[in-house]
Design a binder for this molecule. Structure first.
Ligand code: NDP
Length: 399
């Protein structure tokens, strides 16, 4: 019987709250807190068991500490924004509450995200015998755990990893982003980056394009991007020579994005409009559809996974490990589309394993550093079944 404190009442926060509520034997008491309590109450109203709600500014460590001390949770799931990672980690450290998040720290004033500041908590979490689990969404999260599972069970050595993230969903709008638009746009207007033989290599934004046939979705254009899970995976998968990340975007999406970029709407630098200082990207976020509103409109599936290429028992081996998730089924279950669903379900599963003492340790962990087997054994029944498909080791599907 445990208490969970969830911070953030957006798309992912809604899924996390629904999923925790589905497991009363593990999460006997739930509190959902966010900047705007009305959003927490709206999610609470969708559930068939009572939960507590609260208002909190997660940029404020003292306010977080006060909330944690009053509710006394056994685990905290942070699904507000990456800007709040450090304040929430600090509050968990001060109160001795285990921490879990789904996205690495992002600097509010700079389009840059990295683990450095979160890894800097390592010694303090160790000394306090507390545990922080970083990046337990889908990517990062499930994709890291697929890599750890492959390393432990399918390979003696992994040489190449390609992470493939396909969204075959259609919401019917000409242009909208599937999760927080600011973070989404900042991610894809950045230079592409991948890691090879110990070095990071850069490509211009969206310059590397391939086609890939996705099970359940069909053939899609995929683009090489930098994505945060590579920062820890290149350190934690031994013998790795190269890791890349690919995401699907439709031509329509890229065209809208290029126009927005060309007219200056994707800049985070504030500009003066009359007497007001406005960041164009913040403004754009305000005029685009709220990602939470896409759920009831979105049809189609996601297919996210990894291709790992390496050696097993002296022979070359290549596998594709992936999950297929259906937007409409997600909406029917938790009133949210698959992007939020595929992020929220791993977060709840990770928090369960921490509460049950199956994932344990003192310090700060990226998920691939924890045992993948109990997670993989449970994630299917939690809503994200997976499969391993053997590929021809001599054929390169991304050539
Ligand atoms: P949303 O923007 O929909 O939700 C964010 C929520 O956090 C909102 O309720 C927002 O409040 C709240 N919030 C923002 N700032 C504060 C603050 N200072 N104090 C308290 N609450 C605050 O985002 P998503 O739900 O789509 O994403 C949530 C997290 O999940 C993000 O960190 C995102 O990067 C991550 N993510 C991870 C993925 C993965 O696979 N690993 C994939 C998708 C998302 P308000 O409603 O007032 O704006």
């Amino acid at each position: 019987m445990s208490k969970v404190l969830i911070i953030g009442a957006g798309g992912v926060g809604g899924v996390v709250t629904h999923k925790c509520a589905q497991h009363p034997a593990v999460f006997s008491e739930i509190m959902l807190a966010s900047r705007n309590e009305a959003k927490c109450k709206a999610i609470a109203d969708q559930l068939d068991r009572p939960i507590q709600t609260a208002q909190v500014d997660a940029d404020d460590v003292e306010a977080l500490v006060a909330l944690i001390e009053s509710f006394q949770p056994d685990v905290l799931i942070h699904v507000a924004l990456p800007y709040q990672d450090l304040t929430i980690m600090e509050a968990c450290l001060r109160t001795g509450v285990p921490y879990l998040d789904t996205a690495n720290y992002e600097h509010p004033d700079e389009a840059k995200f990295e683990y450095k500041e979160q890894w800097a908590f390592q010694d303090r979490y160790k000394d306090a015998s507390n545990m922080a689990t970083l990046g337990c969404g889908f990517d990062p999260g499930m994709t890291n755990i697929y890599c750890a599972y492959a390393q432990k069970n399918l390979f003696d050595e992994i040489h190449h990893i390609d992470i493939l993230d396909a969204n075959g969903g259609d919401h019917g709008y000409p242009f909208a982003t599937n999760f927080n638009p600011e973070i989404n746009i900042r991610e894809i207007t950045a230079k592409g980056r991948y890691w090879e033989k110990g070095e990071w290599k850069e490509t211009p934004p969206l310059a590397e394009k391939r086609k890939f046939e996705f099970d359940g979705i069909g053939e899609k254009d995929i683009y090489l991007l930098y994505h945060e899970e590579m920062e820890s995976l290149c350190q934690n998968i031994k013998g790795l020579e190269r890791i890349r990340f690919w995401m699907t975007f439709s031509d329509k999406y890229i065209t809208h994005l290029k126009v927005l970029e060309n007219v200056g709407m994707t800049s985070i630098e504030p500009i003066k409009v009359g007497d007001a200082e406005i960041s164009p990207l913040e403004f754009l976020k305000a005029v685009l559809p709220d990602p939470a509103s896409l759920g009831p409109r979105t049809k189609g599936k996601t297919n996210i996974g990894i291709i790992a290429d390496g050696i097993k028992d002296g022979k070359r081996r290549k596998v594709h490990i992936y999950n297929i998730c259906d937007h409409e089924q997600c909406y029917a279950e938790v009133q949210s589309q698959a992007i939020s669903y595929t992020t929220g379900v791993p977060a709840v599963t990770g928090a369960m394993l921490m509460l049950e003492g199956i994932w344990k340790g003192a310090g700060v962990f990226n998920v691939e550093q924890l045992d993948p087997d109990p997670f993989m054994a449970r994630i299917g029944e939690m809503g994200l079944p997976w499969q391993v498909v053997e590929l021809d080791p001599d054929h390169d599907p991304l050539a």
